[in-house]
Design a protein around this ligand. Structure first.
Ligand code: ADP
Ligand code: ZN
Length: 728
């Protein structure tokens, strides 16, 4: 292995070190004699008055001169060439500083969350002097002397953990550490082989073939909700396991998907390596090491799992590939689905994009033969897709301050009668999107953003959904001081919950949104409880629309199908189509058929008509034609430039200066500057320029040259580039 770089003249030579900070270039350092360094090695280097970690990016020119010296080589797995190439590529594509991209790959999980061994209890001593029914249940549940986790025991015995603690104090139970769960137990590809349907088998075999070929290929796995996409892509994972190669499964809401983990375990006998921010730092560190050694064969994770140091990556799966959550909006603005395609190419491995409602980009690529198009057109087990109907709100109009039409109410009542579950979908968190004073018209605006504050009754607060600003909801209008004059305008899920409680007082209902008190862990449990049929009516935001399997759910009511269609964003139609098809797809996944009712003021809207017709081709064809005519992605390329500053004047001046030197050649259009959709965000004024180019134009090269020509931002001015913006 002679890419060692210590053979420079006389001393130890030099290396170019990339530092994981917002810097675009690598810096030259001298290598002390006796130190052997190769590209990818993680090193400690001086930077100004401090020291920092960095990665040897390439060999230096050799002349050490008066360069600062590398302090030490760190005992960490080196970044292999594939990962370095990915960093280079992502930086090139997104125009982010290379150091910022490196930070994604080098991210050390925070070590402030040590992995404490979990404690269990075991029946050890005599029964307590004072016996209560709860204590008796706990003791009965622990019979047999097994070591069992405290909360698991509490749950099994239906007692609080305080009861268990009291039995520990009484000496009835003793406490012992539970055996540590292996970080990377080897999955068994043949643990529980499913009986696939004919269609599923054909697609599963095709995917396994791709894995065996060990070459680059993008496959779109398009299957209606409930068709068994997970079951089928598990076949590809199984094949990779047989070959001893690694797989990564990216998921948009991995922290919430207890069901997925259970299914994985049922299929492969062990849990996958889990990578997301709710996993403790210590655990992630161990997993990272196991991945680098090639021991962790399957990783399921959030988008950042794409930057892990796989030793031998043989398969990438992007589940729900259409999800907007794959786009990182802050810092390095990358789209994990697109970068998954890049990584798979670098690794020479297949990538599977799975969805019931693929993004238009992916769909077009599949239709034009660039991607392999695999389809599961039917639900598994002969189940039917739900029937969809529209409720014309102009004719069936709820009373003022109410949101449920009489048709929807009747349908929910019938469902309650039949002991089946209903889902009421409203993609609006909180109680009401707007609060205003009935007397003087005062509206509550965020002090930091150009946005209205959203009333959150459960929290008794007004909240900004953009910056998180929170204030107490006052009792009187702050402008005219009229007491009791504040009124809520429009519905949020909390308000809908009030209506449900009055309308169906006997029903067990729950509101599920990302505001759920108790955080991710509680939310995960409640989602399981819904799946187990513990609630009759679920009121939820898009959080419940995604991927979940609720077998008893037979009715989905969409409160406002027009929401989203009215925005000026050209992606509005696609997004609305996707979310409505996903959420209505929650109905009828169990034994009984499902149906969905969509309330609308505009029943003739093409998106709604396409949905009801049950023919997605109709929607995709119309949308593809519209995009093509407008030169929008995937038929053209698009980037946004956001110029922000502490004052409107500064932002505007710089945005205009940028526009003046755009020098757009043929095939490039620069639009703006105009106020960004959120003109003020977190106290910063924002202007936006949009660049649209023909497909054959190298957008990145054009942007780079432009920014180089442009005046440097001064004072508080910042320019952020967003290639492939998700809203525009
Ligand atoms: P999708 O991801 O396409 O919505 P899933 O993979 O979640 O579909 O499958 C839907 C349901 O059908 C799940 O409960 C799954 O366990 C079940 N299912 C699908 N295929 C099979 C099969 N071949 N054998 C048994 N159950 C299956
Ligand atoms: Zn705000």
């Amino acid at each position: 292995m002679d890419d060692a770089l210590d053979e420079g003249q006389g001393g130890g030579g030099t290396v170019e070190v990339l530092i994981p900070l917002g810097l675009d270039q690598a810096y030259s350092y001298a290598v002390p004699s006796g130190l052997k360094l190769a590209p990818g090695d993680v090193v400690q280097v001086p930077l100004g008055p401090r020291e920092t970690v960095g990665v040897v990016w390439e060999a230096g020119s050799g002349r050490g001169g008066n360069l600062k010296k590398v302090v030490a080589k760190l005992d960490m797995p080196p970044l292999d060439p594939a990962l370095r190439k990915l960093v280079d590529w992502v930086a090139w594509y997104t125009l982010a500083a290379k150091g910022s991209v490196l930070a994604l790959a080098l991210k050390r999980p925070p070590d402030d969350t040590p992995e404490r061994p979990k404690l269990g209890v075991r029946l050890a001593g005599a029964p307590p002097a004072r016996m209560t029914p709860a204590r008796a249940r706990a003791i009965a549940a622990a019979e047999g002397g097994l070591l069992i986790g405290k909360s698991a025991l509490a749950e099994a015995a239906s007692v609080s953990t305080a009861v268990i603690d009291s039995l520990v104090d009484a000496g009835t139970f003793c406490v012992e550490p539970l055996p540590q769960e292996a970080i990377a137990a080897r999955p068994d590809p043949d643990h529980a082989i499913p009986q696939l349907s004919y269609d599923q088998r054909a697609v599963g075999d095709a995917l396994a073939d791709l894995v065996r070929k060990q070459s680059w290929q993008v496959a779109l796995l398009e299957g209606v909700t409930g068709s068994g996409k997970t079951e089928v892509y598990f076949e590809a994972v199984a094949e990779a396991i047989r070959l001893g190669r690694q797989s990564v499964i990216l998921m948009p809401e991995i922290a919430l998907t207890a069901q997925f983990i259970d299914r994985f375990e049922a299929r492969f006998g062990v849990r996958p390596g889990l990578w997301h921010s709710a996993v403790s730092g210590r655990r992630r560190e161990r997993l990272q090491a196991a991945i680098a050694r090639g021991e962790a064969l399957v990783v399921a994770g959030a988008r950042s799992a794409l930057f892990l140091p796989y030793r031998d990556l043989g398969l990438i799966i992007v589940d729900e590939e259409h999800e907007a959550a794959y786009k990182q909006e802050d810092g390095v603005a990358y789209h994990a689905r697109d970068m998954a395609v890049v990584r798979s190419k670098i690794e020479n491995a297949p990538v599977v994009l799975a969805s019931a409602t693929p993004s238009l980009e992916t769909r077009v690529n599949a239709e034009r033969g660039r991607y392999l198009h695999l389809k599961l057109p039917e639900r598994y087990g002969g189940r039917e897709l739900p029937t969809l109907g529209l409720v014309d709100l102009r004719k069936d109009k709820p009373e003022r301050g109410r949101w449920l039409s009489s048709q929807l109410i009747k349908a929910v009542e019938a469902n309650l009668e039949a002991k089946e579950q209903s889902l009421l979908f409203l993609n609006r968190r909180g109680y009401a999107p707007l609060t205003l004073c009935r007397d003087c018209g005062h509206r509550f605006q965020c002090p930091n953003c150009s946005a209205w504050l959203v009333d959150h009754r459960f929290r008794r607060a007004l909240v900004c959904h953009h910056c998180g600003h929170v204030e107490r909801r006052p009792h009187e209008c702050p402008a005219c001081h009229q007491p009791e004059s504040l009124v809520a305008c429009g519905p949020g899920v909390e308000r809908l919950a009030e209506e449900v409680a009055t309308q169906f007082p006997q029903a067990r209902s729950i509101v599920l949104s990302s505001d759920f008190p108790g955080g991710t862990e509680r939310l995960k449990q409640e989602l399981m409880a819904v799946a187990e049929g513990e609630f009759d009516i679920v009121i939820g935001t898009q959080l419940v629309a995604k991927g979940h399997n609720f077998p008893g759910m037979t009715l989905v009511g969409v409160i406002d199908a027009d929401l989203g269609l009215t925005s000026g964003d050209p992606r509005a139609a696609e997004r609305t189509f996707q979310v409505l098809r996903q959420v209505t797809g929650r109905a009828g996944r169990g034994e009984k058929p499902g149906r969905a009712l969509l309330q609308t003021h505009d029943p003739s809207h093409p998106v709604l008509k396409a949905l009801v017709s049950g023919d997605p081709e109709r929607f995709y064809a119309a949308e593809t034609a519209a995009r093509e005519a407008a030169g929008l992605p995937p038929f053209g390329r698009l980037a946004g430039l956001i110029v922000s500053a502490n004052s409107q004047g500064e932002a505007e001046t710089h945005a205009r200066a940028l526009a003046r030197c755009a020098e757009a050649p043929a095939g490039v259009a620069v639009l703006g500057p105009a106020e960004a959709p959120l003109a003020i965000l977190r106290g910063r004024h924002r202007m936006r320029l949009i660049v649209r180019t023909a497909r054959e134009i190298n957008l990145q090269d054009y942007l780079r040259a432009w920014l180089k020509r442009a005046p440097r931002p001064k004072g508080s001015v910042r320019v952020a580039v967003d290639v492939d913006p998700q809203s525009f």
